[in-house]
Design a protein around this ligand. Structure first.
Ligand code: BGC
Length: 822
């Protein structure tokens, strides 16, 4: 793949398409399998390899082949830094090279419309301008490396409620000014080679067959010349989709295109010219990503080259994304300086408490997940940093937040066996030849399609796996081990059968898995046991899955909190890590509430009461209710910060790095304050975007609703001021000074306020930001440019330009006026 390929024009593609038969053209319009398009060997048109995306490159396999897990979309949003998005995309291009991926399925540029949206963590921001700035940088950097970006999900796919069918009912103007804006800007400024139509309907019509949005808006108005693909299983029809502009049905094999499309052409419902045009887009994409080399199969490998650099980038991005929400002196009558950065001496006791301390959530759930190389928890990151200097890092879980049994989170060794038809009836003996071996991070294990594409004997729906792991419990007592699987399985501990898998159908693995079966066993803390799961799948289904669960012998919830408070009381400093997990924040469903799951609010209160020197870390991709916000000395939002999150936390708490993020969304006091709240989730298959243009901070500023934390808020370990603010037609400028005694990063923000507000219009809207790292006592000139498209979206009239450090109206300074539409 070379960057030059991306400049290939459509002309060559048209010539190539003219040489294809109608059947070959139709073949190109649907996937071959989950992650490839169909090749046409006769003309050396290779298969195009696609992969999720958007903050890691998972590749074809969900077992075995690891990928670096970078901070989630909301964390990238919090950097307020297009260069960070570009650096991420550049590293993702390296990952794509390892996995031989031509097309990355990202970035996700839907807006964070509702705090409980399941994919809120995957999106950058509630704001269209910030979203667009980051997306343009990401797409440009990725494509400069020869990999196609796919902006998704087009459009108004902002929550997960009834996600495959819901109709987002959005006024045209609102659609254009808010939800389409990031797509329009990214397409005009960065020319992504692909776009993914969303699952939902928009004003009654499915996105993948929306002639107005695909043809009139995207192609004609914005001049888009890339490829439109469906979301996975998101194609709903044959003729309407083909005629509206859907080029590629994914995944394959075809359901609505393929034979049905051939029949539609035969009947005259779809013209040959339409098919040829769709095929031209696919060939053009193949040409642009260098897939006209006839290749059909690609070997994927774990990240190899510069793995250390990629993980270091993940760490830097995480630190840069952490938002310091609060930083106060620990107690009113004690030390006057804020608690952070921590000052821990040798011999100090640091208590690391909370359900997310030892198992920190590095990524949200759903298709954005990758198999990380090695995830470092907050507890272990702090131990790595502070252990060698003699700080004792002690841990208590404090409470649990599991919705379901937690996974056995230890690396596993996998041995694959071929399952012959006669074995399928009797069960394999597991002493036959091992045809393939590999290591993988722990449960759950999910295989889609052939388990190891490069091992021909292993075919989907008929293979067996012996999965071996070492497990060293942290507690002594009765553990419950469990299993759920697609097919059959049993679990042995040191050679003894502990669980026989159930045959009843359950919920796991998209409903294909069995009920969970469990067994109890006494285990000793610190002893290493060998856990073996013998698993076979003989269903003929392309989906195979094995879940191994473990419930430790925990005391009652009250006892857990009491133990945590007792440890906190003895400690010099407490780090309390609360948050959600990929169970709560995931593609597929929204959260039911904004509250922290389980007894975490009680835990924070108990820990702070025991020790005022407490720093709370919120390990979540979305806002959580923080009724305790004024209690801890400091609070940091650490997002789903990717696999090096623990190290990034240690560096930020110790002061080696500063928490460089600002909130890309508003954190409301109560969920009910959310602008979309009255309209969520909708009824009768429709969800009305009744808040109109007042998305996110625009609502809070316009309606004078006080949030917990404003969009754009985030402290630094130093302090800043600005002076000489000015506004001209297309920019605002100011001199920013670091008024503190250490280097820090300032994020100056510009907002626009119409001098005469029309009905339904925001009183204030974000217009751009400038991020600068400034040495102590230094000053520099900051400039915030307003984009052409952004200005064109303003109603003609005069707007005050305001500068400040967040969207909080009271903290903003008017520096001038601009006139829109003049
Ligand atoms: C998601 C997409 C993703 C696709 C492929 C869908 O469920 O909505 O974002 O790219 O699956 O995994």
């Amino acid at each position: 793949m070379t960057g030059d390929d991306l400049t290939t024009t459509g002309d060559g593609a048209a010539e190539l398409v003219a040489k294809l038969t109608l059947d070959e053209q139709i073949l190109l319009l649907s996937g071959r399998d989950f992650w490839h398009t169909n090749p046409v060997e006769r003309l050396a048109i290779g298969a195009v390899h696609l992969s999720d995306g958007p903050v890691g490159v998972r590749g074809e396999r969900t077992v075995g082949t690891t990928s670096v897990s970078f901070p989630c979309g909301a964390a990238i949003g919090a950097t307020f830094d297009p260069q960070a998005a570009a650096a991420l995309a550049d590293a993702l291009a390296d990952e794509c090279a390892d996995k031989h991926v031509h097309v990355l399925l990202g970035p996700t540029i839907n807006l964070q419309r509702h705090p409980i949206g399941g994919r809120h963590f995957e999106c950058y921001s509630e704001d269209p301008v910030l979203t667009a700035e980051l997306a343009v940088a990401y797409v440009t950097a990725l494509q400069a490396r020869g990999v196609a970006a796919t902006v998704k999900h087009y459009v108004a796919n902002d929550t997960e409620f009834q996600r495959h069918t819901i109709s987002s009912e959005v006024d045209e103007r609102v659609l254009e000014l808010c939800y389409l804006a990031p797509f329009e800007d990214t397409i005009r400024r960065a020319a992504p080679l692909a776009i993914m139509a969303s699952y939902n309907r928009i004003n009654g019509t499915y996105a993948a067959e929306h002639a107005h949005l695909l043809e009139e808006v995207l192609r004609q108005r914005w001049g888009y010349d890339g490829l439109v693909m469906s979301d996975w299983f998101g194609t709903q029809s044959t003729e309407p989709s083909a005629l509206a502009g859907l080029d590629l049905e994914m995944p394959g094999p075809a359901v609505h295109y393929g034979a049905r499309l051939a029949e539609a052409v035969e009947r005259g419902d779809v013209s040959r010219a339409v098919v040829a045009e769709r095929a031209r887009r696919v060939v053009q994409l193949a040409a642009r990503v260098g897939a006209l080399d006839g290749q059909g199969h690609f070997a994927e490998r774990r990240p190899r080259r510069n793995l250390g650099e990629r993980r270091e980038l993940a760490r830097q991005l995480a630190a840069q994304s952490f938002v310091l929400l609060r930083n106060e002196p620990p107690s009113p009558d004690g030390d006057a300086s804020p608690i952070l950065p921590l000052d821990l001496r040798p011999g100090a006791l640091l208590a690391v408490i909370g359900p997310n301390a030892a198992t920190t959530t590095a990524q949200g759930g759903g298709s954005a997940r990758v198999l990380p190389v090695r995830t470092l928890s907050v507890r272990d990151g702090l131990r790595e940093l502070y252990g060698p200097v003699g700080v004792d890092v002690a841990h208590e879980i404090g409470c649990v937040t599991w919705a379901e049994t937690p996974d056995l989170d230890v690396p596993v060794h996998l041995e694959y066996f071929v399952l012959a038809a006669e074995d399928a009836e009797q069960g394999v003996s597991f002493d036959g030849p091992v045809v393939h071996e590999e290591d993988s991070p722990g449960s759950p294990l999910l295989w889609m399609g052939d388990p190891i594409p490069s091992v021909a004997e292993l075919r989907y729906g008929a293979f067996a796996v012996r999965c071996t792991a070492d497990f060293t419990p942290e507690l002594s007592g009765t553990y419950e081990l469990s299993l759920a699987q697609v097919g059959s399985a049993r679990l042995l501990l040191d050679g003894r059968v502990v669980v026989e898998g159930s045959r009843e159908q359950g919920k796991r693995f998209y409903g294909f898995g069995s009920e969970e079966a469990s067994g109890r066993i006494e285990l000793e803390a610190g002893t290493t046991y060998q856990v073996v799961a013998e698993y076979e799948v003989a269903t003929g289904s392309p989906l195979a899955g094995l879940f191994i669960g473990v419930r430790p012998p925990l005391p009652s919830e009250d006892d857990l909190i009491a133990r945590a408070a007792e440890l906190a009381g003895r400690a010099d400093t407490v780090v309390c890590v609360v948050g959600t997990t990929a169970e709560w924040e995931t593609e597929g469903h929204d959260r039911a509430t904004m509250d922290l799951p389980g007894r975490q609010d009680d835990l924070v209160r108990a820990v702070v009461a025991a020790n005022p020197r407490t720093v709370v870390l919120v390990n979540a991709g979305s806002p959580v209710t923080m009724d305790w916000a004024e209690l801890p000395a400091a609070t940091i939002q650490i997002w789903f910060g990717g696999e090096t999150i623990g190290r990034a936390v240690a560096d930020v708490l110790s002061g080696a790095d500063e928490p460089g993020g600002r909130l890309p969304h508003t954190i409301p006091v109560r969920l009910e304050d959310t602008p979309a709240f009255p309209y969520y989730p909708g009824a009768d298959g429709r969800t009305v975007y009744g808040e109109g243009l007042l998305v996110g901070h625009r609502h809070y500023a316009t309606k004078a609703v006080l949030p917990r934390y404003w969009f754009g808020h985030g402290l630094s370990y130093t302090t800043f001021s600005f002076a000489d603010g000015r506004a001209e037609a297309v920019r605002a400028t100011a001199t920013v000074t670091n008024t503190g005694d250490r280097q820090g990063t300032a994020v100056l923000q510009a907002y626009l306020a119409p001098q005469e507000r029309a009905d339904g219009e925001p009183a204030l809207q974000f217009a751009g930001s400038a991020r600068h790292t400034i040495a102590a006592s230094d000053s520099l000139a900051a400039e915030i440019g307003f984009g052409e498209a952004q200005l064109a979206r303003l109603r003609p009239g005069a707007y005050d330009v305001l500068l400040g450090w967040s969207a909080e109206p009271a903290g903003l300074t008017t520096v001038g006026t601009i006139t829109a539409g003049a």
